[in-house]
Ligand binder design. Structure first.
Ligand code: ATP
Ligand code: MG
Length: 256
């Protein structure tokens, strides 16, 4: 049995949404892609985001990743309010705190593996010392140490996604965002990518993973189910203390 205390202090908020709405105007009607959405993702948590097509998963991820802004409400990254930030400041914040893994990998075709891993660094005024060595180390970590000179077209889908993961890690981000990261991969390769995410979670990374697949969703510690831009369900697959799993429905607030 665990000897850990029963009462644990909630971990630091990494991404904090308060009454966030994202509305798309389509002709005469408004589509509320996110509707008065409040939630807190905390340090070290691994969340799967599920829900039917159009429920707002990508919209949520885009806002978490500062690729899009809310129409109303507050979004804070590590306590920093994003509302007043210029586009340049947002890019800076993105490159310092956030790592992205997309379904289509989003690698730059004209760059090789090493250069692609270094892309987030281009947004910083001064490259951190030793960054190229770190990029090589990450390439080795994801099993591409001997592919540094290859371009994306010279790699398999799984290899491309591993480059994307290494790229997401280059700045040691607070939050890793993955939208259908295994959607284009065969099941064996998908398992490898998920194992890599498990490892990162075990190391203390905070991960938010959008997926359609229940099997993938089960890998995460917690599940957030969306419906019509709102929270339909919050489920804890595994309690952080190793205790019994539990579930509760929307309205009870964020994670912990
Ligand atoms: N650029 C846009 N313009 C207008 N409406 C949009 C836009 N992007 C998303 N929407 C609408 O917002 C809602 C949420 O879309 P979102 O892409 O977040 O869904 P999703 O849960 O990611 O779906 P999927 O599982 O199909 O990827 C949908 O009704 C969609 O039609
Ligand atoms: Mg989507």
């Amino acid at each position: 049995m665990s000897s850990r205390p029963l009462v644990h202090t909630a971990a630091e908020p990494v991404a904090d949404l308060e009454h966030v709405s994202r509305v798309y105007r389509m002709g005469q009607t408004d589509v509320r892609a996110l509707d008065d959405f409040s939630f807190t993702f905390r340090q070290g948590e691994y969340w799967a985001v599920m829900g039917s097509s159009g429920s707002g998963k990508s919209t949520l991820l885009n806002i978490l990743g500062c690729l899009d802004r809310p129409n109303s409400g507050t979004y804070r990254v590590r306590g920093e309010d994003t509302q007043g930030l210029s586009d340049d400041d947002l890019s800076e914040l993105r490159s310092r705190h956030l790592g992205f893994v997309f379904q289509n990998y989003n690698l730059l075709p004209q760059l090789n593996v090493l250069e692609n891993i270094l892309v987030p660094i281009f947004y910083q005024d001064v490259p951190p010392p030793g960054i190229e060595e770190r990029a090589k180390e990450l390439a080795r970590r994801v099993g591409l140490g001997t592919r540094l000179e290859h371009r994306p077209t010279e790699l398999s889908g799984g290899q491309q996604q591993r480059v994307a993961i290494a790229r997401a890690l280059i700045n040691d981000p607070a939050l890793i965002l993955a939208d259908e990261a295994t959607g284009n991969l065969d099941s064996t390769t998908a398992q490898e990518i998920l194992a890599l995410l498990d490892e990162l979670h075990a190391e203390g990374k905070t991960i938010v993973l959008v997926t359609h697949e229940p099997e993938v969703g089960k890998r995460a510690q917690h599940l957030l189910r969306l419906k019509d831009g709102r929270i339909e369900e919050v489920r804890h697959n595994r309690a952080p203390s190793g205790g019994p799993s539990s579930s509760n429905t929307a309205g009870t607030g964020g994670a912990g």
